[in-house]
Design a protein around this ligand. Structure first.
Ligand SMILES: [Zn+2]
Ligand SMILES: [Zn+2]
Length: 177
């Protein structure tokens, strides 16, 4: 399945306020997003006056990322608790933003929630850039991953070195005399 498509012919024929809930677990491919595994979640489709109100809940996706501090590959979970869009039967006369317009496909009475889910995942995606809040990153001197091993050139050594610099200079000065 490369799209998140739901049949809506029945719900469209039902009364306003009626709703149906679908769970999904699909290997959805999303443009510009690297992921591992399926995207899961729930979709609640409710009949409203001019179409359908679509609520997506608990969308989860595991992404493939690289930690910006230690450069390790890691797989943060992207979670979207709640997202809502309206899918219209007819295109409204006035459209403020074409990108925010969702229409019911009247050829086969389906809706495609792919774009909605993609937008929400991107919105929640960028905030995760480090493998953990406690990531120590790479040592700026030797390049070792400080999460895995301590290196001898710790920042403390460097601080000591900086502190002793004036003393060493003074020592050198006297040694020359
Ligand atoms: Zn890291
Ligand atoms: Zn080091």
């Amino acid at each position: 399945m490369d799209k998140l498509i739901f049949k809506v012919s029945e719900i469209l024929q039902s009364q306003i306020g009626n709703s149906e809930v679908y769970s999904f677990d699909v290997p959805l491919e999303l443009e510009n997003i690297e992921k591992s595994g399926n995207i899961t979640g729930k979709v609640e489709i409710m009949r409203i006056e001019d179409g359908l109100n679509v609520i997506a809940r608990d969308i989860e996706m595991t992404s493939n990322s690289k930690c910006t501090k230690c450069l390790k590959d890691f797989h943060p979970k992207v979670k979207v608790k709640f997202a809502e869009r309206q899918f219209m039967i007819e295109k409204p006369l006035k459209v403020e933003d074409e990108n925010d317009l969702y229409l019911i496909n009247k050829k086969n009475y389906t809706i495609d929630a792919t774009e909605m889910v993609r937008q929400e995942i991107i919105l929640h995606f960028s905030i995760i850039s480090v493998c953990s809040t406690g990531c120590k990153g790479l040592c700026p001197y030797c390049g070792k991953n400080k999460n895995l091993a301590k290196c001898t050139c710790s920042e403390l050594d460097e601080a000591d070195f900086e502190e002793n610099k004036p003393l060493m200079a003074l020592k050198e000065f006297f040694n020359k005399k």
